[in-house]
Design a protein. Sequence first.
Length: 388
Amino acid sequence: MTTDTLSEARFHAASAEGAEWAQVVRACLDKLGDVTGCNLGILYVSDALSGDAAHILKLLRGTTGIRDWVGTVGIGVLGAGVEHFDRPAIAVMAARLPESAFRVFPTVDGDLEPMRRAAGGWLDRHGASLGLVHADPRNQRLADLVGSVAESTGAFLVGGLTSSRGDHFPQFAPPASTATGTEGPVSEGGLSGVLFAPEVALATKLTQGCTPIGPPRTITACEDNVILEIDGRPALDVFKEDIGEELARDLRQVAGAIFAGLPIPGSDTGDYMVRDLVAIDPRTGWIAIGERVESGKPVLFARRDRPSAEADMARMLANLKKRLPGPPKGGVYVSCIARGPNLFGSDSEELKMIHAALGDFPLVGFFGAGEISHNRLYGYTGVLTLFV
């Protein structure tokens, strides 16, 4: 039995940790409670249990009766108000939605035909307003793939990249044709997820982990990912000017603290993509960043620290709260692995901020190797998506 109206939609969420996968699953199921009628599952598994991902999914499907599952692996997972970072754990959400309100699709890698076979007819009938997606960071064409899926479906994409210290980077997705080389329901290598029809009320927002420390400037000479000149001057001279005299005296201090920001054209919120500083050459005066750049495009520099991240997250939550008609019914939060305990401390501070601002509601998520919002890849951010 599945729900026929969105007014009957409901969400259950739970998490549990432990060294033995079957016991962790059973503990999570006990916390979930009665999931009768639920027809969509979201599963996040910590990388410590990634080798058992297929067994975990099989037990969940068999016990809950939920056929459709999406999700992936992270170095940490989030659930029930707890951040299980770098510990063996799983986080599960069971949702009850109208069957026509969503459609899962298999892992795609360049060729979107498996997605079209799985969701093309549904898209023609219903359309998609948002897609929750998960992707393999090892895919060399990932940025293009994210853009292609967003364009093909017309959906605003949210989600993140699998993170793992091991060799397994699984995603949970429906099986695709064996002709594509993608077996499912556990696969690797591409992008998979679930599309939601416009009838599903959703709200999403991104929070940055950095604060700009200088004005947006213009790249005037570059080569690949190397910035040679900014505003017609040596790039390093401008960089030193923006970061201040203290840091400029010893550039070794900027590692992990200062980043490049690439402003999003047309953004009315000043949004930008954060990229690592890869190298600085004091002799030539150039700076290399973790992204290919183009002459004539804007660039800024930003500082990453806890106060900046907390302030931006508070701003994001306040903005979301104003848009909500009432308490959220459920939510998914994807945070960067450089956030969580690495930035906020070990007491689940990000989740505490979310629940303090929006109240208690079923919420799951994971710490990813990158985040997805709209049609782009981000880093050092948090992406919160709410069912309202």
